[in-house]
Ligand binder design. Structure first.
Ligand SMILES: C[S@@+](CC[C@H](N)C(=O)[O-])C[C@H]1O[C@@H](n2cnc3c(N)ncnc32)[C@H](O)[C@@H]1O
Length: 339
């Protein structure tokens, strides 16, 4: 007979602790365990983090953003949170972990494969983990200097766009973990073109985090398309957080290729008009963007666009930049319609 002990990193999305391990048995037994679920969930779920690395990720800015969310929450009882440019979801997972009273959460992004990945993580975490585990063991079984060939095969198969949603998501996460700098970038034809990243032991299958994300995503409505389709959620108890592709700080730093659609000044102007609408509907909003005035003194692009709102300049660390020397502290804008 075996003595069973709890393994604190196995969860099912239904909220039942399923991780128990028999002494001397390496494989985990999938059986319900009593008594420990709540405690483990409440500590571990808080650690859910984005399941993909994403350019413009807001992890570093979370303490600052949280201060603004707390102020908003003190002004009105927020029951709906909307994130129309969700990307990797650093702020989303923070909100889901820390603001229990928000009953309705809506996310959107124009990137189809990203939003499919959110759906798969929410609805089919077991299948996804199985597919990722296979990719990971295949990848680790290949000699380090021969792995690029496998990476290119996966990228070609992914670009054929013939995969089912679970397989597509497993390839999407695999490429994100093994490509150069965790970037997602497509060419004009919409084909993913980031090169191999040469990491020795990238974490391709992070089972614990996928289950933690899945559990938190259960109450999330997932949309895919232009951010304007989120207008229907604007009311006096909703908070929007907008994190659009940033206006480039210089002509050479124009990383805005998350999708085939260009994100130019006209798009920034369209978004400011959308914020006006959200404001008129009585919703609160918070919006991030670059502070172009720090490199181009006298450039009042955002100061003019958002003159009716409150503009704050905050310090942020930017991690994704292909040139190491350009990763560092910059100031960014946080614009909101509340004090
Ligand atoms: C700066 S990133 C968001 C980063 C995210 N906050 C994070 O923590 O990873 C901007 C996102 O906007 C998306 N996007 C670009 N144009 C869009 C549009 N018209 N509507 C909705 N999403 C769009 C991109 O696909 C990208 O994921």
């Amino acid at each position: 007979m075996h003595t069973y002990t709890h393994v604190d990193n196995f969860y099912s999305p239904s909220g039942i602790c399923t991780g128990i391990k028999a002494e001397g048995v390496t494989r985990v037994a999938i059986e319900p365990a009593k008594g420990c679920c709540e405690e483990i969930f409440s500590t571990k779920i808080k650690e859910a983090k984005p399941f993909v690395k994403w350019a413009g990720g807001k992890r570093q800015l979370i303490p600052t953003i949280d201060e603004f969310v707390a102020v908003a929450n003190g002004k009105v009882a927020i029951d709906t949170y909307v994130e129309p440019f969700v990307g990797g979801g650093a702020v989303l997972f923070w909100i889901l972990s820390n603001y229990d009273q928000i009953k309705r959460v809506v996310i959107n992004d124009i990137n189809v494969d990203l939003m499919t990945a959110y759906q798969v993580v929410r609805d089919a975490p077991e299948d996804l983990i199985e597919a990722l585990a296979k990719l990971q063991s295949k990848y680790y079984s290949i000699k380090v200097d021969e792995r690029m060939v496998f990476f290119n095969q996966v990228r070609d198969a992914y670009n054929k766009k013939e995969l089912d949603s679970v397989e597509n998501t497993s390839y999407f996460i695999f490429l994100n973990r093994t490509c150069f700098n965790g970037l997602y970038r497509v060419n004009r034809k919409g084909l993913y073109n980031v090169p191999f990243g040469k990491y020795v032991s990238p974490r391709i299958c992070d089972e614990t985090n996928i289950y933690a994300c899945s559990r938190l995503l259960q109450k999330v409505e997932i949309l895919c398309g232009d951010y304007s389709q989120t207008i229907g959620y604007a009311n006096q108890h909703s908070l929007y957080y907008f994190d659009p592709p940033y206006k480039p700080l210089s002509m050479t730093s124009n990383f805005t290729a998350y999708s085939t659609t260009a994100y130019n000044d006209e798009e920034q102007i369209r978004l400011s008009a959308f914020c006006q609408k959200i404001d008129e509907a009585g919703s609160l909003f918070l919006l991030s963007n670059s502070d172009v005035s720090q490199v181009d003194h006298g450039n009042c692009f955002f100061d003019d666009l958002y003159r009716d709102f409150n503009i704050h300049r905050v310090r942020a660390r930017r991690m994704i930049n292909s040139v190491a020397s350009k990763r560092g502290d910059v100031s960014e804008l946080l614009i909101c319609n509340f004090h």
